[in-house]
Design a protein around this ligand. Structure first.
Ligand SMILES: Nc1ncnc2c1ncn2[C@@H]1O[C@H](COP(=O)(O)OP(=O)(O)OP(=O)(O)O)[C@@H](O)[C@H]1O
Length: 248
């Protein structure tokens, strides 16, 4: 890995319209404050981060450094108080709740460490759900095809409780990618899996995002996994302290 500039601010002109189609993520001077038990705490303290379309970037840093918080802001699930948050051409800070819901539905897929599947729905229903929300008439056919792609064509009627951890994460991955999002956000997707199962999930995740040209932002505590991305961004105490480009 080679060290590059830490927080160089990209040249920009028209941010509000997301005028640079090359950039999937354009975050500048992002500040996030949340209510903690002892009052308001500044969690993100002026973060600058750009991801080009199709880029794979890992986000690393000590526990509590703000990785998940940054991902939540980019996912439109947490609202920053200051800065620019432009993702997939959307100025997230300018969107209301309905606008954010639409943004999430059409542009982003998210995979969490603990799968977040709905236990009372089958694998097929879980994968179809976001497409049904998006009004797609072919939701169930597409869900079936996505489950085939992750190797679970024979498990479509199983409920999450009837699937192994690795199988549940495959379902979650199929669900996240079913709407063909430009951006996949993954928060420690192998954190609850054993090494071999985690490796299979990562291979699938890399393969499927590459085939579709999706941009990937991946939170991980695994340095060898981080190095397999194009770039590794390190957060510490709410600030980006380094960005390392992979050699490959
Ligand atoms: N809803 C919240 N309200 C108040 N503080 C919060 C909230 N969510 C997170 N925090 C605090 O923000 C800080 C950053 O948390 P975050 O989960 O983003 O860190 P992280 O780098 O993802 O950590 P880990 O690697 O352990 O998952 C922590 O100090 C945490 O306690």
């Amino acid at each position: 890995m080679t060290v590059t500039e830490t927080t160089a601010i990209p040249e920009q002109n028209d941010v509000s319209s997301g005028s640079n189609p090359q950039q999937t993520i354009d975050v500048r001077n992002l500040k996030l404050r949340l209510q903690g038990p002892a009052g308001i705490v500044e969690i993100l303290k002026g973060v600058d981060l750009s991801l080009n379309a199709g880029e794979r970037v890992s986000l690393v840093g000590p526990s509590g450094s703000g990785k998940t918080s940054l991902l939540m802001v980019i996912a439109g699930l947490e609202q920053a108080q200051e800065g620019v948050v432009n993702v997939c051409g959307n100025d997230l800070r300018a969107l209301d709740e309905d606008g954010l819901a639409l943004y999430r539905r059409h542009h982003v897929g998210i995979v969490f460490q603990d799968f977040h599947l709905i236990p009372t729905m089958s694998a097929l229903e879980n994968v179809a759900l976001p497409m049904e929300f998006a009004g797609r008439k072919d939701a169930f056919e597409k869900a079936r095809a996505e489950l085939e792609l992750v190797g679970l064509g024979h498990r479509t009627d199983h409920y999450p409780g009837q699937l192994s951890g690795g199988e549940q994460q495959r379902v979650a991955l199929a669900r996240a990618l079913a709407t063909d999002p430009e951006l996949l956000l993954a928060d420690e997707p192998t954190g609850n899996l054993d090494g071999a199962t985690g490796e299979t999930i990562i291979e699938l995740l890399f393969d499927l995002t590459k085939r579709r040209g999706s941009t990937l932002l991946l939170i991980t505590h695994d340095p060898s996994l981080a190095e397999r991305c194009d770039r590794t961004v390190m957060l510490r105490d709410g600030e980006i302290v380094s960005q390392l480009e992979s050699r490959a």
